[in-house]
Design a protein around this ligand. Structure first.
Ligand code: FE2
Ligand code: FE2
Length: 452
């Protein structure tokens, strides 16, 4: 049951996956909004906050959060009866039908201007307007957006503030760590400086969004691969040379060149690789790199074969909400158990089907890619999902794809790459006992142990 609003408990929620935008917007609103400001970075957090605090005066939400997991937030708003006013931050590809389902008061185009948001919040909310002498800014925002431009203060009590950073002083990571170690998560800037500070934050945020948006997809994917620490150690452990890395780069480029002939695909990939350090981007990056490397190792040097595997790597989880990546092992276990019928498990169980449906709409896709995507969670013992196929029903390309996913699982859980690879090889001995799995594994084992 959702709590009803308590008098005097005015609050609003800011909900955005991008922590930087969230910080800047929260700082702007703290300048005048007298109620509480709470923030969320996912649809799950947003629902939790609504459950915990009841109806807010306003929900400012990023469009990407509204559409997560088939509109879970929508179902919650409907069933809870919490019809609070909403401001939605939207991109070009917003579906107006989605917005129609919500009590949307206003829509702001991304990147959202601080001034436009401030004006709307003032119109919609009733909390008393506050006129603080100092405005809080999180340590994280300070580090990210401004340095040396303002004096910053520490709040002692009530209206007492003490200056801890002088204008002109550079604030370093070490300074931030020291404050955080003392439990200090925010400092304050004089209210008279806050407009200038927000302007700087907003300009830098805008610049960052533009840079990320302008990056060609190919570069985005290559940056992700380059950012994965494990790539270098895996290459070393497997005895791969620079040549493998170069060939992977070439294959990724040609696969993406084909995929981006479809504009929807371009948008999807850009969005998925916007945050290079997200578990999703890292997983896809690693799968992409390793499929290229293992193709070479196995002597599958035909360019089209590698291209197919790279495309499947980039697309296989495209229909999946990224939050599943927080605990993908558990989801895989649950999905393999066909007795579990909970909606989110069924949704996860069907993601290969959904992704292959999406792939089938792309005219540019070579044959076999759809099949790899559809079968990427099948297993040699017939206990995979969604279909529980037997190993002799799984193609050679798909078998390699699945084996690389398994290897990545071992690498993710082990302490050292070398021991993870050797554990994987021991495990594979019994696991890959039939079909193409066995044939590929025999070659893989031989090549890895000979250090080729
Ligand atoms: Fe998957
Ligand atoms: Fe995967």
């Amino acid at each position: 049951m959702v709590k009803s609003k308590v008098a005097g408990s005015e609050y609003l929620i800011l909900s955005d996956e991008d922590q930087s935008s969230l910080n800047v917007h929260a700082t702007a609103l703290k300048y005048f909004y007298g109620g509480r400001i709470v923030t969320a970075t996912s649809h799950v957090d947003t629902i939790e906050l609504l459950n915990l605090h009841g109806r807010p005066e306003l929900l400012f939400v990023d469009y990407n959060i509204l559409i997560k997991e088939g509109g879970k937030l929508h179902s919650f708003v409907e069933s809870s009866g919490l019809h609070m006013p909403m401001i939605v931050a939207q991109e070009q590809n917003t579906d107006p039908l989605v917005l129609e389902q919500f009590p949307v008061s206003s829509v702001l185009q991304k990147p959202v201007s601080v001034e436009a948001l401030t004006n709307l919040v003032k119109q919609i909310t009733n909390a008393p307007v506050s006129t603080p002498s100092h405005v809080p800014i999180s340590i994280q925002t300070l580090l990210q957006f401004t340095n040396g431009e303002f004096d910053f203060y520490l709040k002692l009590s009530g209206r007492n503030f003490i200056k801890i950073i002088n204008k002109g002083d550079i604030f370093t990571n070490q300074d931030a760590e020291k404050l955080l170690a003392k439990g200090i998560k925010e400092v304050h800037v004089k209210a008279s400086d806050s407009h200038d500070l927000l302007k700087i934050c907003e300009d830098r945020l805008l610049m960052r969004v533009k840079e990320a948006g302008n990056l060609p997809v190919e570069e985005g994917v290559l940056i992700v691969i380059g950012a994965i620490e494990q790539v270098e150690s895996i290459s070393k452990a497997l005895g791969w040379t620079n040549e493998v890395a170069l060939s992977a780069q070439k294959t990724v480029s040609s696969a993406i060149e084909i995929l981006i002939q479809n504009s929807q695909m371009t948008q999807t990939l850009k969005k998925r690789f916007l945050n290079p350090s997200s578990p999703y981007a890292m997983h896809i990056g690693l799968q992409t790199y390793l499929t290229c490397g293992f193709c070479k190792l196995l002597g599958w040097t035909e360019e089209s074969t590698q291209t197919k595997l790279v495309m499947a790597s980039l697309l296989h989880d495209v229909s999946l909400d990224e939050s599943y990546y927080d605990d993908i092992r558990t989801w895989n276990k649950k999905a393999s158990n066909s007795k579990i019928k909970a909606a989110e498990v069924v949704q996860y169980r069907n993601h290969p089907l959904e992704a292959s449906k999406f792939a089938s709409t792309l005219k540019v896709l070579p044959p076999d890619v759809e099949k790899i995507i559809l079968q990427h969670h099948e297993t040699p013992d017939g206990k995979g999902f969604p279909r529980g196929l037997a190993s002799n029903q799984i193609s050679s390309l798909t078998s390699l794809f699945i084996m690389i996913e398994d290897l990545i699982g071992f690498i993710g859980e082990g302490r050292h790459i070398e021991s993870s690879i050797s554990d994987y090889l021991t495990w594979g001995e019994t696991k890959y006992s039939s079909g193409y799995f066995k044939k590929i594994f025999d070659v893989m084992k031989e090549k890895i142990s000979s250090g080729v």
